[in-house]
Design a protein around this ligand. Structure first.
Ligand SMILES: CC(C)(COP(=O)(O)OP(=O)(O)OC[C@H]1O[C@@H](n2cnc3c(N)ncnc32)[C@H](O)[C@@H]1OP(=O)(O)O)[C@@H](O)C(=O)NCCC(=O)NCCS
Length: 175
């Protein structure tokens, strides 16, 4: 039994989610990006989740729409961004629970894969693998190692499907 639960976000959570994002990332940039996602086609409310402890929002995750463009053309795909847990609630498994719940939602929606940019150590422990090994490229910031580009393969993934290889076009989370 844990003291928190994961559920889809609701409009009345948006201010509290902003506070979690600002506290976790240290500035408004990602919170502003979440507002842009919610206003764009990339917003997927079924995989925009919060962790709540009592009435308090203590974490959030989003799996958004993105694009994958390769030799076979452009197709929609799914990207996990952002993930945040309030500093006072970290290291209790809330981040992992949010990721697992969001992946379950993406699987239910029939997604073949979920890409992300993040720590290979953290996300590798949750089943993510280097994106490049599966023919997926991401334009990373200069400071990020190539292994930061990762992918989680869901049951609908077909390695023979050429539309599942290419370069990721990001949702509008960063500027
Ligand atoms: C990353 C984050 C969401 C993890 O949330 P959490 O609830 O603490 O995660 P969990 O409890 O599931 O896992 C905690 C473990 O992950 C590790 N971890 C957290 N962030 C990590 C990172 N960037 N790289 C490697 N390991 C990391 C912790 O050290 C901890 O391991 P330990 O207990 O063995 O020391 C949280 O630390 C956070 O909000 N960070 C700031 C925002 C951020 O970086 N988001 C991710 C962007 S990709």
């Amino acid at each position: 039994m844990t003291g928190w639960q994961v559920r889809p976000e609701r409009p009345e959570d948006f201010d509290a989610i902003r506070q979690v994002l600002v506290a976790a990332f240290g500035d408004d940039e990602v919170a502003d990006g979440v507002d842009r996602i919610r206003a764009s086609w990339t917003y997927r409310p079924a995989t925009a989740l919060v962790a709540v402890s009592g009435d308090e929002v203590v974490g959030c995750v989003m799996i958004d729409g993105c694009t994958l463009t390769g030799d076979a053309g452009e197709r929609p795909a799914a990207m996990l961004t952002p993930l945040a847990v309030s500093p006072g609630h970290q290291r209790r498994g809330i981040g992992a629970a949010l990721v697992r719940a969001a992946l379950a939602g993406a699987e239910q929606a029939g997604e073949p894969l979920v890409v992300l940019e993040g720590s290979p150590k953290y996300y590798g422990s949750l089943g993510f693998r280097p994106a490049r090994d599966h023919g997926i490229e991401m334009r990373l910031p200069d400071w990020a190692p190539p292994e930061a580009a990762q992918v989680y393969l869901l049951p609908a993934y077909d390695p023979a499907d050429p539309t599942l290889r290419g370069t990721v076009g990001y949702p509008p989370v960063y500027g």
